[in-house]
Design a protein around this ligand. Structure first.
Ligand code: HEM
Length: 190
């Protein structure tokens, strides 16, 4: 499979997942909520794979974990595609049911997510050779490290702030926290 084929296959899977979630919901507004949640979850799986690729390769060296490291750019771009679907579902949701969207939210609660989208945009653009060359390897490294950590914090925050709705949110929230500790541990190991 070529690298862009991998991106294509993952994006088709993510899209089918979002459409299925949309289709099984009981009504129009809930369809969008289901699709928002589904795309947040596919994004999380893809993000974790990229975030932990090098840790997995160090902890469990194998052909699979080496492939994960090698192909992480394309998995990262499928994460961006999944987040694009999260944004599309959100925009439709805000237009169709603004009163449901704004329950418990203020413009300030949208700030972390908006910063997250800015990061996803910058990381995606600079994953291409010319923009990467323009900013230089040192800035590239700083940007990508900052970007993935901002996204990790947004994921942890999004899940952990929903624990009072449903205790099951503790599972992905803690998965993100453990992943962050694993990455931090690697930095200290050198
Ligand atoms: C301004 C940008 C964003 C807005 C307005 C937004 C809005 C929302 C809303 C309304 C939900 C809840 C849907 C529901 O339960 O009915 C949601 C869920 C979620 N979003 Fe976003 N989001 C944004 C960006 C992001 C970003 C950048 C990330 C990840 C880096 C993210 C990750 C999540 C997660 C993890 C959930 C929880 C999904 C679940 O229930 O399992 N969101 N978002």
């Amino acid at each position: 499979m070529t690298r862009w084929n991998l991106f294509g296959v993952l994006t088709v899977i993510v899209t089918l997942f979002a459409l299925t979630a949309y289709a099984i919901a009981p009504n129009g507004v809930e369809s969008l909520q289901y699709a928002i949640r589904a795309t947040a979850r596919t994004s999380f799986v893809l993000f974790l794979a990229v975030f932990l690729a090098t840790s997995f390769a160090r902890l469990v060296p194998s052909a699979l974990t080496r492939a994960l490291v090698r192909e992480r750019r394309y998995i990262g771009l499928s994460f961006a595609a999944s987040q694009l679907l999260h944004a599309i579902a959100l925009i439709i949701y805000i237009r169709i049911a603004p009163e449901a969207f704004w329950v418990g939210r203020t413009p300030a609660t949208n700030i972390p997510g908006s910063i997250g989208y800015l990061m996803i945009l910058l990381l995606s653009i600079t994953s291409f050779a010319t923009p990467a060359r323009l900013i230089g390897p040192a800035n590239w490294k700083k940007l990508h490290l900052t970007g993935v950590w901002i996204l990790a914090v947004i994921f942890a925050g999004s899940f952990l702030t929903r624990v009072h709705h449903h205790a099951a949110y503790l599972v992905p929230g803690m998965m993100m926290v453990v992943a962050m500790l694993l990455r931090m541990g690697e930095r200290f190991e050198g």
